[in-house]
Design a binder for this molecule. Sequence first.
Ligand code: NAP
Length: 296
Amino acid sequence: MLVLDGKIASAAVKASLLQQTQALKAAGKRTPHLAAILVGNNGASETYVASKVKNCEETGFGSSLIRFGDDVTESELLAKIGELNADSNVDGILVQLPLPKHIDDEKIIEAIHPDKDVDGFHPMNIGRMVQGFDTFIPATPYGVLLMLEHFKIETKGKHAVVVGRSKIVGRPMSILLSSGHPQGDAHVTLCHRFTPKEELIKLTQQADILVVAVGIPEFITGDMIKPGAVIIDVGITRVEDATAKKGFRIKGDVNYEQAITKASAVTPVPGGVGLMTIAGLLMNTMKAYEGKFYHN
Ligand code: NAP
């Protein structure tokens, strides 16, 4: 059984990016710069953004963290995004989600210039991805592709089952796995809330590659896994645990202990896809620095 270790795969991506930034510095050029916007003080969001900024530093990227209180208005946020769009020293902009309820997520995402949309959520970039054009791929599915590439997991002709259809994970993942590229060419089944449970079990049991992104801890149990399958667990849920130092533990969407007895390869949680999401984000930021897709 192979542990698809996100530390190993993301370190390889980061080492290659570090080489590129070192070469840029040696040539007297500026390096890629990521601007992250964080609203409020949600614990998980704080952790994610801090980790993204730290990874930028480790890779020789510039970064800036722009913080707003929970009471920020939509127009204040839009004004900041407009400023960052116009700043030629900023290559990538990310707005950490979720945002407070009084702010329209979609309006904010659409305000980011598609050339700087390193999370890959802008409808123009999603459209380009669906058509197979070179573009920013949403960071988590991109991280999964980088993981599959690193561990040389064959996807061509395999049956990939994706559970969850969110705009940022499940749906783009299903499109990417079915598209024609080295980590694609799979035949894909997408399951979601309205897939009857007995049907879902039958499908997961046929999956050569099973990608799970539902946000329900240990939703996938050992009996739902085909022997020898590759399991990609995207889920990250904080589960209260008084015995843990922080008062909670991180759980994935797959029962890891059961999965390792059936699968040929499994991503751990934490230490799997989460680290690859950051690798995907850094790769997108380098792409944004290197060349603009839209040229306007
Ligand atoms: P989301 O937006 O809540 O989407 C969850 C998806 O699961 C939805 O499509 C939902 O269906 C579906 N679903 C819910 N219950 C189901 C059921 N019983 N059977 C089948 N499908 C069901 O969440 P997300 O943003 O995709 O994230 C999913 C998980 O991944 C979360 O734990 C999140 O924290 C984690 N995550 C991790 C990373 C990372 O870097 N590792 C990045 C992003 C997210 P409907 O569409 O009908 O609601």
